[in-house]
Design a protein around this ligand. Structure first.
Ligand SMILES: [Zn+2]
Length: 489
């Protein structure tokens, strides 16, 4: 009896210590990213009507990237390039333009060669409009109509809105006689929506010229009205983007007539391989940019949530499992595996000679193509299949700093222009900027506009539009960014 009491006492003591440790940690805990408090240029006047007119004109160039590039009407790009010259005379007088094929690089030379250049990116091409959706567009997708307080059309937000925002800014600043101390470069890829071969060439050009950017800003994430934790406005800034890779699994068989099948056909072997690989899901781990976003939001959260997140040394697994219940949130904590394509015999009564499957992976920055392949090979041990990456496989991007001056300035401007709390984040998609990791680690993915979650559908969907309010935010953000970083204190 005495011994039991003693053990009970020790356990109680340990429990009290644990509770105390959790409480102390919760009380003293601070989010891992500094609050947005950089010194930035004050808000500027924006000619929204002028920017809207230009965006409207830009949308009318049908720079549509087809999966099969031979179907592209390249004359649309060429005419767009001419238009970019005439629409922005001051910007083009102040900057030189280098054409790498149809990918454009403007350079606004700074007076201080000791400052590394800033690189601002926005792509020219747009995704096709599916014919069967035409009837659902409130304004024709290539009309560039200005109506209902917005500019309408394919590319209005993705991503001509950004390109026009950048060019408006450069033109306005050049007209006012602004001369940057830091070199400002604008890089505009011509085929982001398919391969980003233009951006890849641009990155190689930077490397060959020995240009190391201070930072790169491209599209990717944008401010949303409601964050998942506190329901308040959030401005997620992508500090890394996931890798993209497609695994091809091939199983071979003898072929022949299906009336006399072997014990196992190629389709069965393939099915086993797909199931084994896809069932071996990567563990959810509460770390990396996805976790940092939650940590930043926790500063505002209720005391219980805050205490849980402050004590992720103990509750990290629990938080990760909770996030994993929402696929998009879980995807920021691990590499995802999605079987997408199956192919076997071309005829129902013919045994397949080969059966193939494609599995699309999005790699978390903690994983590599080599480690993911090793895991898949382990999974299919004993099965007669071949595994290989499709040629477009890409590693996850390096994680950009949240301690850099660029982060401080970008997050401060994001907070002010979109009235939302900035937070680092992991971008689940792919941008042109990923190629720039060849020359810098500090790549940020943020479009300075704010929408509601339901409106995300307009990206690559119907009724894409840029509200005049968002156009004003974008130009205001870029102008203050060029003023602040172009002439650093
Ligand atoms: Zn885009």
């Amino acid at each position: 009896m005495k011994g039991v009491l003693k053990i009970g006492g020790v356990l109680l003591g340990a429990l009290l210590l644990l509770v105390l440790a959790i409480a102390v940690r919760a009380a003293t805990w601070k989010p891992p990213v500094p609050p947005p408090a950089a010194h930035v240029a004050p808000p500027v006047e924006v000619d929204v009507a002028g920017a809207a007119r230009h965006l409207s004109e830009a949308i009318r160039f049908r720079t549509v990237s087809n999966q099969d590039a031979s179907k592209n009407d390249w004359s649309q790009w060429d005419r767009f390039h001419d238009w970019l010259r005439t629409a922005y005379p001051h910007a083009n007088a102040a900057m030189t333009r280098q054409d790498l094929g149809r990918t454009l690089i403007w350079t606004w030379k700074g007076s201080d060669p000791s400052l590394k250049p800033m690189v601002l990116m926005a792509h020219q091409d747009v995704v096709p409009v599916e014919v069967e959706t035409l009837g659902r567009w409130r304004h024709a997708p290539f009309s560039g109509e200005i109506a209902e307080g917005a500019v309408w059309g394919r590319g209005s937000v993705d991503d001509k809105g950004s390109l026009i925002g950048l060019m408006e800014t450069a033109d306005a600043l050049a007209a006012k006689g602004f001369k940057p101390r830091r070199t400002i470069m604008i890089v505009s890829g011509h085929d982001e929506e398919v391969l980003g071969s233009g951006a890849r060439a641009a990155a190689a050009w930077f490397k060959a010229q020995n240009i190391t950017p201070e930072f790169v800003l491209d599209e990717g994430m944008l401010a949303l009205g409601h964050d998942p934790l506190n329901n308040k406005p959030i401005a997620p800034i992508g500090i890394s983007e996931k890798g993209y890779a497609t695994l091809r699994i091939t199983a071979h068989g003898k072929g022949g007539h299906s009336s006399a099948p072997p014990d196992e056909t190629a389709v069965q072997v393939l099915a086993k391989a797909v199931d084994r690989i896809a069932s071996d899901r990567f563990p959810l781990r509460f770390d990396g940019p996805g976790a940092d976003m939650v940590r930043v939001l926790a500063a505002d959260a209720n005391p219980t949530t805050r205490a849980l997140i402050a004590n992720d040394w103990l509750f990290g697994g629990l938080i990760a499992r909770k996030m994993g219940a929402v696929p998009a949130a879980g995807a920021t904590l691990r590499t995802t595996i999605a079987p997408t394509v199956l192919e076997g015999s071309p005829k129902e009564n013919v045994l397949p000679q080969t059966a193939t499957a494609l599995i699309n992976y999005r790699l978390h920055p903690r994983d590599t193509l080599a480690s993911v392949m090793a895991r898949a090979r382990r999974d299919v041990r004993g099965l007669d299949v071949e595994l290989a990456w499709n040629p477009n496989a890409a590693e996850a991007s390096p994680v950009a700093s949240t301690r850099s001056e660029a982060w401080r300035v970008l997050s401060t401007l994001a907070a002010q222009e979109t009235a939302a709390r900035p937070a680092p984040s992991l971008f689940n998609g792919a941008t042109d900027a990923r190629h720039m990791s060849l020359v810098t680690r500090d790549i940020y993915r943020f479009q300075p506009i704010r929408i509601e979650a339901a409106e995300i559908e307009m990206f690559h969907g119907v009724n894409e539009h840029m509200s005049l309010e968002n156009l004003k935010r974008a130009v205001g953000f870029y102008e203050r960014l060029m003023l602040t970083e172009g002439d650093p204190r």
